[in-house]
Design a protein. Structure first.
Length: 161
């Protein structure tokens, strides 16, 4: 996967269809935040309207889990000042291949993640043209929660949890 400032990104979470900007911010926070810090080796990309927002864990600033902070954070990004917060805004989708895609069919979660190796590119709630692996969606759970479960499952697959 891409590197930046000598960081190798092991996970790239992509959410192409958030309900609204706050949902996109929740997803980003849940993809990147740990209870004690930030997943520096992780990237989160979300689509809001015709814009893609990509946030690198190694560069993100002022991302907090509470809703009031998230609303302010995403407003700042959408007003064109995202670079101060470590967010890059583009009209182009992330260029990735070999994605793990959540769908209504496929392997059971989290067993479907075993045997895979980094970098992990995970797409939530959307058919992505470069899907190589499909994992069945845990129904009635928000994507911003599923991304947390995926991180925990991958931590366990990698022996870190």
């Amino acid at each position: 996967m891409s590197t930046s400032n000598s960081i190798t990104y092991r996970r790239h979470h992509i959410y192409p269809a958030p309900e609204d900007p706050l949902d996109a911010a929740r997803f980003t926070a849940n993809a990147l935040l740990l209870s004690h810090g930030i997943r520096r080796d992780t990237v989160a990309s979300v689509k809001i309207g015709d814009l893609w927002i990509t946030v690198y864990g190694s560069k993100v600033k002022h991302l907090r889990p509470d809703e009031e902070s998230l609303e302010g954070w995403i407003r700042t990004v959408l007003r064109g000042r995202g670079s101060r917060l470590g967010a890059m805004v583009s009209r182009e989708p992330p260029r990735v291949s070999g994605a793990i895609c959540f769908s209504l069919e496929g392997a059971e979660f989290p067993e479907g993640l075993t045997g895979l190796s980094p970098p992990y590119i995970i797409v939530y709630g959307f058919e992505w043209p470069q899907c190589n692996v499909f994992i069945r969606v845990p129904l009635n759970v928000k994507w911003s929660i599923i991304v947390v479960l995926v991180n925990i499952a991958l931590d366990n697959v990698e022996g870190g949890g």
